[in-house]
Design a protein around this ligand. Sequence first.
Ligand code: IPE
Ligand code: IPE
Ligand code: MG
Length: 236
Amino acid sequence: MTDAPRLPRHIGIIMDGNGRWARQRGLPRTEGHRAGIQTIRPVMEAADAAGVHHLTLYAFSTENWSRPREEVAALMQLFEETLQREVDELHATGVRIRVIGRQDQLPNHLQTVVAAAEELTRDNTQGFLNVALNYGGRAEIIDAVRQLARAGVDLRTVDEATLEGALYTAGSPDPDLIVRTAGELRTSNFLIWQAAYAELHVTETLWPDFGGRDLEAALADYAARVRRFGGVPNPR
Ligand code: IPE
Ligand code: IPE
Ligand code: MG
């Protein structure tokens, strides 16, 4: 199959532009992050309404530790509060939550909330929400190789399926579409293995201003793409 199915199965979102949003309003960056959190629910609802049941949200990268200490602390606090506040409702709607990234480097409080959310929602199958927290695509590949080595796998025989099975996202379909807000034309270490053949949709809209309509626009853009996977397009 070379033509795109009309709907992505899995969308990855690089939620960028919170700082710029705050700056435009003369607010501290953390207010941009607070506003950005509010965008998540309408976007999830729009994805679900459209029939997309796998979503991966890039919330904090392995590189984001280089930000000012107060900003990092505010973000960690916000992740903890938000996860704690939203988990019951997500569970009620049948969403499975997974946090992908190096969890052991997160603050202890946050690790506890993450573990509880993952445990509570582990058997849900209506929707799949991956939150990329202290996530880096390179770190993920390194972690996968180490895990295989620890498991005694003969690394000389590793193939793509074996490596994929050891990634944080094992069991999820690859993202068909990566959306980036705030205009930068780069992937910033997000799902670098899984998104090898993803379609990219970049919008100038800053994350706190993004909404269900913008997600629908991204889906329309995706539906018009011709995916070739290295082959030739099917005649329509
Ligand atoms: C994205 O917004 C949120 C995180 C990376 C945590 P930014 O904080 O990167 O916003 P800009 O890019 O400075 O506008
Ligand atoms: C990417 O945004 C990471 C997240 C959205 C969490 P950044 O703002 O960190 O990306 P760069 O630094 O512009 O590449
Ligand atoms: Mg940014």
